[in-house]
Every structure is written in structure tokens, then in C-alpha cells.
Design a protein around this ligand. Structure first.
Ligand code: ATP
Length: 455
């Protein structure tokens, strides 16, 4: 098991304002969480790191931000209406409902009874009414994955950017699944965020790209602070593959509750683009899918060498933001025993993920000169573009250090009497991990921190 327990994380997340149960004051909406003041910063930093590596650092990926409400036909032709189900069992004794694949030795995980119903399919998609009249036909779905809009907008992106395969479309956004048994904090929830890339390739090169993306994604997670020994690759058995997949690797992580999926990397073949394309035969295409009488689209590209149209294959690295947040918190959470016997909780997050980059702490909050200097320094550091710089004047210095250790602030800057009385002005900087302190001239502070955060 991981060194960090789920209780430690849940407690830290609530105490310091990372993650709260949704509708807490009404007893909570199950499987739904809200991100607090620090959670939103951490989550944004993780998403920004993904976007940077997927879009900015590559020359073959474009971005998209599509709607959450999804046309029924999209999810009908994608296969989700028919097959996006989990088989479900009910316990006849305690009435608990559970996923069939979560049952061990034929026993109800809640009460241990073996008196269970046969598994029945349960569709995981949330439906909602569109327009003022609820007559049962005018509904849309909340998307169960961000991917489908990437497929339905494929042609618009290709036409507006002149991209040629291989190239990808990246998207980050909310997805919704009516999970039967949400559990393990934000690991399995009903409303979550995904970071998905659909990478379009020529059929025949798909397996090679699948391997490349697997390597690239493991490397990226390591750069977010996950230790290689806590990351596992699991090749999904043929009989367990999703309805659209030819092959899938799961990147699994040692979460506090066990080793489970953090990201899936699927070879979706030409399944989706093919399915959203009108009458394949009529168009002279050869996607391995059925014909679509409702679509107007030809989601294909022209092969300049072979002088014919083809439907690209797609490799999809699909990561969960919430599971990502949980993973980096699991890895970063540390409890240390100090020489005086006290326990120090410190979140050893990678600097680029830390919710607060620098805390500026005035030694005496009732001294106007120190306060003014602290404000000046905060504003000066903010201009460096390193991220959130916070004025921390909420308590004494010991408490401020403890708080910033717990929320993972890499550097604290303390403004004291020497800062305002001596020339050149200096401050104390304290390193989160080593707790080492040194004095540095205020004039050199911005450059020093830029080097620390932007290296
Ligand atoms: P699982 O088998 O755990 O239900 P999945 O294989 O259905 O997951 P995918 O459809 O591959 O998941 O979705 C891609 C990613 O989206 C997952 O790797 C995960 O990080 C995230 N994800 C999927 N379902 C949830 C959920 N209910 N809560 C949080 N994140 C999720």
C-alpha cells in the first residue's frame, strides 16, 4: 500500500481548502466534489502543464473547447447509448447496488450476503431536457467523455488549420458519468474533468504511435512528481476492451486505496470518425463501421500519394484531472519528525504545481512600515510571472511556515526589521523541503525566484 493514507489526504484537503464535499451543508451530493481556494490553483497548474506539453511544446496538436451538452445522435452513433453501460447487481438482503466487476467471491461487499440479482446493464450517461417542454424526446446528454466533440469537429479543425495527419486535437473539460458506486474520494466521481488528446494517424502506423504515446505519457506523469516505482502499465485484455478500442494501455498509479487507472491510452482505430460519417460505401471509404443515415459528414482526409480519401485511425491518451490531483497529492504528502519530536506535514509538490509559489510574510503585521514593504515585495514578485504570490499576514511566523509547508509553498520570504532599517534591504528566504534559510538582497529577489521557478 502507499505510504499516504486516504484519511490523511481527505483531512488535509478539507483543513487547508483543497477539496470539499459538494453540498456539504445538506449532507452532500454523492460522488460530487468542489475544489476550494488551493484546489483550484493545483488543478489549474496540472491542466496548464498538460496543455503546455500537449499543445505548446508540440508542432502537431491544436486545441478545442467544445460544449458539454451533447446531441443525442452523437452518442447514439458513437456507440455510447447502446454500450456505455456497467453491469449492475442488487443485494436482495441489504438492497445495496454494486458493479458486477466489484463483487468478490459472489458476496455483497456491503453485508456479505450471496443473495444477489443477476447483473443487468445500467447506462452511465446523464440525460437532460433541452428547451421548455419535457415530452421525453427533446433531450441531450451531458458528455461522458470529451472525445466525441473532437470527432464531430474534426473536419472544421482540419479545414481551418490545414493540418495533415499525423496530428492531434487536445481538449480539457468536464465529463459526467452516473457511476453506480462513486468512492475513494475524487478517484471515482460522477462529475470530473478529463484531459484528452485524439491523435489522428494513417492506418498501419497506429500501433507504432500507440507505443510512442504510452512512453510520452509515462514520462509526463513522472515530470509531475510521480515516482517510477508507483507507476504501472497494464495492457487491457481483449475481452475487457471498451467498445471502440483495438488495444488499450492503462497507466496505473499506486493510489492510497490501491493500484488503479490514472490514464487510459486507447487505439480507437477509425471507429469514431467512421461512425460519424455518412454512407461509407457511397463515399468510397473503408472504415470498419456501420453506415450512418443521419450524418452529413465525410470525416476523412485525402492521401496525396495514393490519391484517395481515407478515415484516419486515432490514438487517444485520456487522463483524469481529478485522479491526477489525487495522485500528485498522494506522492507529495510527507510527514517528518523534527529534532524536537514534533511532526511536520509537508507537501513536496513539484514547484510548477504548487498552489502558492511564494508566501511573503511580514514579521509584525501591526508595523505599518513592514506591512508596506511586504506589499511592495509581493507586487514586485507578482510581476515576474512565476504564478501566485501571497501576502501571508494571518498569524505568527511559526504558524505561517507550518501552513505553507502543509500547502506545499516552495519558498517563504520574510520581511522583518532589518528589511526596513538596513541598506541594502534584505529579506529571509526559507526553502520548504530543507527548511534552510538565507538572507538575500531585495534587489536580487525577483531574478533569484525567476531562476527557481522558470528553469
Ligand atoms: P474506470 O475503469 O476506472 O471506470 P474508465 O476505463 O472507464 O475508468 P476511461 O473511459 O478510460 O475510464 O476515461 C479516461 C480517464 O478519465 C480515466 O483514466 C480516469 O482518469 C478518468 N475517469 C473516468 N471515469 C472517472 C470517474 N468516474 N471519476 C474520475 N475520473 C474518471
Amino acid at each position: 500500500m502507499a505510504a499516504t493514507s486516504m484519511d490523511q489526504l481527505v483531512s488535509l484537503c478539507k483543513r487547508r481548502g483543497f477539496i470539499f464535499q459538494n453540498a456539504d451543508i445538506y449532507g452532500g451530493l454523492q460522488g460530487v466534489y468542489d475544489y476550494g481556494p488551493l484546489g483550484i490553483e493545483l488543478k489549474n497548474n496540472l491542466k496548464a502543464a498538460w496543455w503546455r506539453s500537449m499543445v505548446y511544446e508540440r508542432d502537431d496538436v491544436e486545441g478545442l473547447d467544445a460544449a458539454i451538452l451533447t446531441h443525442r445522435k452523437v452518442l447514439q452513433y458513437s456507440g455510447h447509448e447502446a454500450t456505455f453501460t456497467d453491469p449492475l447487481c442488487d443485494c436482495k438482503k441489504c438492497k445495496a447496488r454494486m458493479r458486477a466487476d466489484h463483487i468478490k467471491d459472489g458476496k455483497c461487499p456491503n453485508c456479505g450476503s450471496t443473495d444477489l440479482t443477476e447483473p443487468r446493464p445500467f447506462n452511465l450517461m446523464f440525460k437532460t431536457t433541452v428547451g421548455p417542454i419535457e415530452d421525453g424526446t427533446n433531450y441531450a446528454y451531458l458528455r461522458p467523455e470529451t472525445a466525441q466533440a473532437i470527432f464531430t469537429q474534426f473536419k472544421n479543425v482540419v479545414d481551418s488549420t490545414s493540418r495533415k495527419v499525423p496530428f492531434g486535437i487536445a481538449q480539457i473539460g468536464k465529463s459526467f458519468r452516473n457511476e453506480i458506486t462513486p468512492r475513494n474520494f475524487v478517484f471515482r466521481v460522477r462529475e470530473f474533468e478529463q484531459m484528452e488528446l485524439e491523435f489522428f494517424v494513417k492506418p498501419g502506423t497506429d500501433e507504432e504511435w500507440h507505443e510512442k504515446w504510452k512512453e510520452a505519457r509515462v514520462k509526463w506523469w513522472e515530470e509531475q512528481g510521480l515516482k517510477p516505482e508507483n507507476i504501472h502499465i497494464h495492457k487491457i485484455a481483449k475481452e475487457d476492451l471498451a467498445h471502440y478500442s483495438k488495444a488499450t494501455y492503462d497507466i496505473e498509479f499506486q493510489f492510497p486505496h490501491g493500484v488503479e487507472e490514472l490514464e487510459g491510452i486507447a487505439n480507437r482505430t477509425d471507429y469514431d470518425l467512421g461512425n460519424h460519417t455518412r454512407y461509407q460505401n457511397e463515399l468510397g471509404l473503408t472504415a470498419h463501421v456501420h453506415e450512418n443515415k443521419d450524418s452529413e459528414a465525410k470525416l476523412a482526409v485525402f492521401d496525396d500519394q495514393e490519391k484517395k480519401w481515407f478515415v484516419p485511425f486515432v490514438i487517444e491518451p485520456s487522463a483524469g484531472v481529478d485522479r491526477g490531483v489525487l495522485a500528485v497529492l498522494t506522492e507529495a504528502y510527507t510527514e517528518e519528525t523534527l529534532p524536537n519530536g514534533e511532526t511536520r506535514i509537508v507537501l513536496k509538490l513539484k514547484k510548477h504545481l504548487a498552489p502558492v509559489k511564494v508566501a511573503v510574510i511580514p514579521l509584525k503585521r501591526n508595523n505599518p512600515d513592514i506591512m508596506q514593504k511586504a506589499h511592495e515585495i509581493k507586487n514586485m514578485l507578482l510581476k515576474t510571472g512565476i504564478g501566485r504570490v501571497m501576502l501571508e499576514d494571518s498569524g505568527n511566523i511559526g504558524k505561517a511556515y507550518r501552513r505553507h509547508d502543509e500547502i506545499g509553498t516552495p519558498i517563504c520570504v520574510t520581511v522583518d526589521f532589518e528589511t526596513i532599517e538596513k541598506q541594502p534591504a534584505t529579506v529571509t528566504i526559507r526553502d520548504r523541503d530543507t527548511m534552510a534559510q538565507e538572507r538575500i538582497a531585495v534587489d536580487e529577489l525577483a531574478d533569484y525566484l525567476k531562476k527557481q521557478f522558470m528553469a
